[in-house]
Write a protein that binds this ligand. Structure first.
Ligand code: G6P
Length: 368
């Protein structure tokens, strides 16, 4: 059943729409009403987490983007240092390992050659322990790691990762809370974050209702050769993931930038032929992002803004606002990912590319 497309035209679309269900499954048994149940990371998790002073995350592709989101959470919510690196770089680099650092790999398949090689290298260094966040139960990374957190996304067939990513973000947020507790994260904040997580499946269902609007919007991308994705703070890696999705399946060259860097290069590329996608939930950086976007607009760029503050961005010929409902800030990265997945899907449909099997790409890269 899991491997059939059911009523959907593509696996990718089916997997996008499965997200409310698989997020619920990934949370099940991992949270109580107010707390994270840290046994979900393994029986030895408690003793190891008690000693963790920092985190090193290593992954590839979409899983790497999940790691980048987690860096913002680890440092701002858990209050511990966090480094993130792509596995193909990490594995060949002489690294400095600070005391009591937890080595975390993230992988849908558990078989990515570079991530596995990075873990093997890490085991020769002075890490406290290794943890994998993985979607494939009997995979190599699961076998080789001290602690395991399984995402329950179910089989992901579409080459472009969707439901694996949002479940990885849930796993990483649970880890952030579990570690944060030991570094001053209060019970009240934990409780608020846990209730926000409990509301995530519903929030994602609501975001999926944007499908029709996004389908219409996607037509504006069909004849474009380039696109720019912008975000700030924790939404920057969300923008990176949005750009990756678009390039993977529609073959449009898409780049992501932290909006504050626009002036340092990408602004030179902006003209009326360059769609610019902004991930703009209401947070302390939204006003800054807004003024970055005004600069883009002044140069004739066509803006597509995903925001819960529709009024802040007037709808005009040059600005299309996609109205995302308001959600707690801690789950915004998961929720804003949904419309970006839908956007890349519909652009690929308009372009007629092979959505589930994009050219030159593989679901799991098991050779270097
Ligand atoms: C390939 C896939 C991506 C995936 C990446 C990492 O490039 O096409 O969708 O994000 O590998 O895979 P992993 O299984 O380690 O998450």
């Amino acid at each position: 059943e899991a491997a059939s497309k059911g009523e959907y035209r593509h696996y990718m679309l089916k997997e996008i729409f499965e997200q409310p269900e698989v997020l619920k499954r990934t949370l099940q048994g991992r949270i109580s009403k107010h707390h994270v149940l840290e046994e979900a990371f393994g029986t030895e998790a408690k003793a190891i987490f008690d000693r963790v002073k920092g985190v090193q995350i290593v992954a590839c592709g979409t899983s790497y983007h999940a790691g980048l989101v987690a860096k913002y959470w680890m440092e701002s919510i858990a209050g511990i240092p966090c480094q993130v690196e792509v596995a193909s770089e990490y594995r060949y680099r002489k690294v400095f390992v600070p005391d009591d650092t937890l080595f975390v790999t993230i992988s849908q398949s558990g078989e990515t050659a570079d991530t596995l090689a990075a873990l093997k290298e890490a085991k020769k260094s002075d890490y406290l322990a290794s943890l994998v966040i993985c979607n494939a139960p009997s995979s190599s990374l699961v076998r080789e790691s001290d602690l395991v957190f399984m995402t329950h996304a179910g089989p992901e067939i579409g080459v472009a990762s969707t439901k694996a990513f949002t479940t990885q973000l849930v796993a990483l947020q649970l880890l952030t809370i579990a570690l944060g507790r030991r570094h001053g994260l209060t019970e009240a904040i934990e409780s608020d974050m846990v209730s926000a997580l409990a509301s995530l499946p519903e929030a994602v269902s609501k975001a999926l209702l944007l499908d029709d609007v996004i389908k219409k919007t996607s037509e504006a991308f069909a004849d474009k050769h380039h696109a720019l994705f912008l975000g700030r703070g924790v939404e920057y890696p969300v923008a990176m993931e949005g750009a990756l999705k678009l390039k993977e399946i529609s073959y449009i060259h898409a780049e992501s930038y932290p909006a504050g860097e626009l002036k340092h290069g990408p602004l030179a590329l902006v003209d009326s032929d360059m769609p610019i996608v902004a991930v703009a939930p209401n947070n302390e950086l939204m006003e800054k992002l807004k003024s970055n976007l005004e600069e883009v607009q002044a140069r004739g760029g066509k803006l597509f803004v995903f925001s819960d503050q529709a009024d802040a961005f007037p709808n005009s010929n040059d600005v299309t606002v996609i109205d995302v409902h308001s959600v707690p800030e801690t789950i915004a990265p998961m929720v804003y990912t949904i419309p970006l997945q839908l956007l890349s899907y519909h652009v690929a449909i308009v372009k007629g590319t092979d959505v589930d099997q994009p050219r030159n790409l593989a679901k799991s890269v098991t050779v270097e």
